[in-house]
Design a protein around this ligand. Structure first.
Ligand SMILES: Cc1cc2nc3c(=O)[nH]c(=O)nc-3n(C[C@H](O)[C@H](O)[C@H](O)COP(=O)(O)OP(=O)(O)OC[C@H]3O[C@@H](n4cnc5c(N)ncnc54)[C@H](O)[C@@H]3O)c2cc1C
Length: 334
């Protein structure tokens, strides 16, 4: 394949924003996505509602019309898919990038289907592929999931939901409303402060009235086929249990970052190295975009505040290319 200006790894909202910007500015580019368009959003819970209002999820000022101020997952799928199709963005779906290697000023990219050569690469791979594991016995049982999709599945079942953030609280409320018996297991002393402001009172009221049983300052010790054992301030207790939703967050694929040459901070946050003015990493021509920039601080970047990365990156590529062309012209003339 011919050498292209830019290869974008990941067709989430921010990878798509990068592709759109590259197209507008006349760069040759391709987006490589291992799943369907906006794979992470596709895998979100079916009834999920964003905390952002729709105009804050827009890319390139293309209007995002939603029924309510805060759009639902299915509306976001429509929006981002239409951006891809109506702009004829170059995107290869169901193709996974396996390796990004730089040699003699050029990137060589190997995927599950092909190989590419590019002058620049953007990693926009998000954080939704790798869950933070509980690391307790029984976590591998089929009844345990780190992803929540649809409340219908849990009707009439004894369900333990682990976590106190938006994902776990949404799941606990929805499943309880569809007839699950829900226990909420929370490591800290309260429901997360970042839980959507219109959802927080709902869960607090359900806990107070005893509809959902919350165990604060509690952690899972072990999961057995018919039970879950938790450590509470009052000692270890055993709950009858059919299903566990361990919604304790996700993390970026650090191995992929490291293998691509990106250095990470040595503290627990594992922040990837990049220049915030250009989004370029410690490898010249290799850029980061979207939520991946936050390392373990996955709440720091989201669509709202990272959609600007596309323009920053494409401007940086264009200005670097101009500078190197000028340099070459000067040395050719010398
Ligand atoms: C439940 C939930 C609710 C949220 N609500 C909001 C909200 O209201 N507002 C907001 O701004 N943000 C919200 N976020 C965060 C937001 O969804 C993410 O910030 C957003 O998806 C980030 O976009 P991204 O393009 O950086 O990453 P992603 O959307 O995760 O896209 C990364 C893409 O890269 C692909 N990929 C990964 N590895 C490879 C590979 N090796 N090869 C090829 N493709 C690869 C993945 O399949 C994926 O499609 C929410 C997140 C969650 C989990």
């Amino acid at each position: 394949m011919d050498r292209i200006d830019l290869l974008i790894v990941g067709g989430g909202p921010i990878g798509i924003a990068c592709g759109l910007e590259a197209q507008k500015k006349g760069l040759s580019y391709i987006i490589i996505e291992k799943g369907p368009i906006v794979n992470s959003l596709f895998n979100y819970p079916v009834n999920m509602q964003f905390f952002s209002s729709s105009e804050r999820l827009e890319i390139d000022n293309i209007p995002f019309i939603s029924n309510e101020a805060k759009p639902k997952r299915n509306e976001a799928l429509e929006y981002y898919r239409r951006i891809v199709t109506s702009n004829n963005l170059r995107i290869n779906l169901f193709e996974e990038v396996e390796e990004v290697k730089k040699e003699e000023g050029l990137f060589f990219i190997t995927t599950s289907k092909n190989s590419y050569r590019a002058n620049n690469v953007v990693l926009a791979t998000g954080f939704y592929d790798l869950p933070n594991l509980l690391k307790v016995p029984g976590e591998g049982l089929a009844k345990v999931s780190h992803y929540y999709k649809d409340p219908h599945y849990y009707a009439g079942q004894k369900l333990a939901v682990i976590g106190a953030s938006n994902s776990s609280i949404d799941a606990a409320l929805e499943c309880w409303r569809k007839g699950a018996e829900v226990s909420l297991i929370i490591r800290g002393g309260e429901v997360g402060k970042r839980v959507k402001y219109w959802v927080r009172p709902d869960i607090l009221n359900r806990i107070e009235e005893g509809s959902i049983k919350a165990y604060y300052h509690s952690e899972v010790v072990r999961i057995d086929p018919g039970e879950i054992i938790i450590q509470t301030p009052k000692g270890q207790i055993t709950l009858e249990n059919d299903f566990v939703l361990a919604l304790t967050g996700y993390m970026p694929n650090f191995e992929f970052l490291k293998n691509s040459g990106v250095t990470l901070s040595e503290d627990a946050n594992k922040l990837p190295t990049y220049n915030p003015d250009t989004m370029e990493t410690n490898i010249s021509g290799l850029y980061l975009a979207g939520v991946i920039c936050g390392g373990m601080e996955t709440h720091k970047w989201f669509i709202e505040n990272s959609r600007i990365h596309a323009k920053i990156i494409v401007d940086s590529i264009i200005s670097t290319t101009k500078k190197s062309n000028n340099k070459k012209a000067l040395s050719d003339n010398a």
